[in-house]
Structures are given as structure tokens and as C-alpha cells.
Design a protein around this ligand. Structure first.
Ligand SMILES: Cc1cc2nc3c(=O)[nH]c(=O)nc-3n(C[C@H](O)[C@H](O)[C@H](O)COP(=O)(O)OP(=O)(O)OC[C@H]3O[C@@H](n4cnc5c(N)ncnc54)[C@H](O)[C@@H]3O)c2cc1C
Length: 294
């Protein structure tokens, strides 16, 4: 069976390459705007012209799929590649399996209802396209060629025209590689209060992350720092959730942590049923005390 992995980021490609090695005889990688080294038997790259956007790479990706004829396509579900994946699945007539947690030659285990449950499914036809979130296959061994072959961009019919663009500030933190992660939630009423969590994180050598509302609601934290079914999936040694209620959509991103600690002022918060160590208290008093004691 041949697998095609499509990614914008090397780390995601490494994880998907390792997962594909578990069931595919041949793995082909396609980097959109990036060299993917050491993850597949064959590595292709398409560079998106300055006057086109990543979503317009779909025509190139469909042409590569036609040439390679993969039975499984694994896609890094960035916002931009999700659009490409939809077009590709329609073009290939592929079954689509999103939020995959485990992959085999016959099917996949995936999240459903926004992470409330897991199910095992199999495609009826010969071709399946799976989206694989970061961190799911973290640490799995990978191998492959470092030689990257540039593929010509195929201009699609009806491309999107970029009218204006403004660069966003990106965090350079690699949460997937962090052993210890502090996750801040809506228990932080003001942005300034996050300093309390940052002090604790500095004391214990942790990276800072958050729940989705702090990234996509208030915008206090970068988008790439939120954890969960629609954010990053992590498996750190330690996760410390502070002022986070423990909703499934968030916890599914950390429930593979070695140990989970929680601080919440509500003793009935759902996170206390999911953590290894829980501390009931107001973060405004608990965090300074913890940082001072450490
Ligand atoms: C389709 C879908 C996808 C989603 N994907 C994600 C995702 O990927 N990641 C994600 O995080 N969420 C996701 N969500 C949102 C998710 O359902 C929750 O709404 C969110 O995770 C809750 O964030 P929170 O725990 O910070 O806030 P809340 O649920 O509001 O919890 C705040 C907690 O802080 C506690 N608290 C308040 N004040 C203090 C204090 N002073 N000291 C200590 N504790 C205090 C409260 O008791 C409460 O338990 C998704 C939702 C949907 C519908």
C-alpha cells in the first residue's frame, strides 16, 4: 500500500511519516512550501508563487495524487491545508477520516463529537484521506530520504487573488517538544494575571499554553498555543491546568500526559475527575504561593 503525506511543517510530516511506516510499503511526502527531509521514500516539494496562496496548491496536489495513486493520504490539518485536503478528497473520491488517533492498513481510530468519543472506522473504497493533528504520533521513529524533488506549481482554474496581506506574530515555542506544559484557562480574568502562570512556568521549566478561549476569544495567547481537539495534541510528562474547567475538547489534547495537575477554585470542576493531583483554590493566591515555594 502506498501512502502520501502532505504537510507544511517538518515536525508534522515526521509524525505522519512514522505513522504511515506502520502500514504502508511506500511513503511519499509532499511539502507545501517546505522541504520535508528524512520522512519518506520520496520527497516532493511545491513552492507556491508569491501571487498565489497555499489553498491554490490544490491543483498541484491533485496532479501529484493522480501520478502517485496513493491508497492513503495523510494531511496535516492546518487551516490552509484543510482546504486543499477537501478538494483532493473530492477529486480522488476518497473516504475522509478526520482527527485520527491511530492508523492501520484497514482503518483508523478517530475522535468524534469534538473529542467526546473515539471510534474505529474503515473506508468502504480503496482510498482514504486522513487528517492527523500534531502530537498524536509524537516520538514515533521516522526514516526516509533527504533528497527533495521540486514539483512545478499547477495554476488552478479560478485561483484566489491576494489583495493584501499582513504578517502575524508567531510564537516560536515548540509545545509538542515540551516535557512540562502549563495551560492557562478562563480562570484568568485579566491578561496581566497570566504573569502569575508565566512565573510558575519559569520556575518549573514549563512552556506556556492555554485553552481555546484565551487564544481565539480574548487573543491573549498566540493561536498556536492552544491545546485540544482543534488545537495542538500533546503528550508531555507533566501538564498543569490552571483556571481550566476540564472540558473534553481541551482535555483530549493533554490526556496522554504522564501526570496532570490542576488548580481551580471550584471543587466541582470536571478537571478534578481527570487529574492526578488537584488543588482547590483561587489562582491569585495559589500561584504566588507555589512560585515562592519552588
Ligand atoms: C467544536 C469545538 C471545538 C473546541 N475545541 C477546543 C480546543 O481545541 N481547545 C480548547 O481548549 N477548547 C476547545 N473548545 C472549547 C471548550 O469546549 C471549552 O469551552 C474551553 O476549553 C473552556 O476553556 P476554559 O477551561 O479556559 O474555560 P471555562 O470552561 O470557562 O473554565 C474556567 C475555569 O476557571 C475556574 N476559575 C475561575 N476563576 C478562577 C480563579 N480565580 N482561580 C482558579 N480557578 C478559577 C472556573 O471554576 C472554571 O472551572 C471547543 C469547543 C467546540 C464547540
Amino acid at each position: 500500500m502506498k501512502a502520501l503525506i502532505i504537510a507544511e511543517n517538518q515536525d508534522a510530516a515526521a509524525e505522519m511519516g512514522a505513522a504511515a511506516r506502520g502500514f504502508a510499503d511506500e511513503v511519499v511526502a509532499l511539502g507545501i512550501g517546505t522541504d520535508l527531509a528524512g520522512v519518506a521514500d520520496k520527497s516532493l516539494k511545491v513552492s507556491v508563487p508569491d501571487d498565489r496562496i497555499v489553498e491554490d496548491a490544490w491543483a498541484t496536489v491533485c496532479a501529484i495524487a493522480d501520478a502517485e495513486q496513493p491508497a492513503r493520504v495523510l494531511v496535516e490539518p492546518t487551516t490552509r491545508l484543510s482546504g486543499v485536503a477537501g478538494r483532493l478528497a473530492a477529486h480522488m473520491g476518497a473516504a475522509v477520516i478526520t482527527d485520527v488517533l491511530a492508523l492501520g492498513p484497514d482503518g483508523a481510530t478517530s475522535l468524534y463529537f469534538g473529542g467526546a468519543g473515539e471510534r474505529t472506522v474503515a473506508p468502504v473504497g480503496d482510498v482514504a484521506l486522513c487528517t492527523v493533528s500534531r502530537g498524536v504520533f509524537d516520538g514515533a521513529g521516522t526514516s526516509g530520504t533527504d533528497a527533495v524533488e521540486e514539483v512545478a506549481f499547477v495554476d488552478p482554474a479560478n485561483p484566489v487573488v491576494r489583495v493584501a496581506a499582513e504578517p502575524l506574530e508567531k510564537s516560536d515555542v515548540n509545545l509538542a517538544a515540551a516535557d512540562v506544559v502549563v495551560g492557562a484557562g478562563r480562570g484568568f480574568a485579566e491578561e496581566d494575571q497570566l504573569g502569575l502562570a508565566r512565573d510558575l512556568a519559569a520556575k518549573i521549566g514549563a512552556e506556556m499554553a492555554c485553552t481555546r478561549p484565551l487564544a481565539e476569544g480574548s487573543g491573549w495567547m498566540p493561536t498556536e498555543s492552544y491545546i485540544g481537539v482543534s488545537g495542538q495534541m500533546l503528550s508531555p510528562k507533566v501538564y498543569v491546568g490552571i483556571g481550566t474547567s476540564g472540558q473534553m475538547q481541551h482535555m483530549v489534547g493533554v490526556n496522554r500526559a504522564g501526570a496532570i495537575f490542576a488548580v481551580n477554585k471550584d471543587k466541582n470542576a470536571p478537571i478534578f475527575k481527570q487529574c492526578d493531583y488537584g488543588l482547590v483554590g483561587d489562582l491569585n493566591t495559589v500561584l504566588p504561593a507555589l512560585s515562592a515555594a519552588l
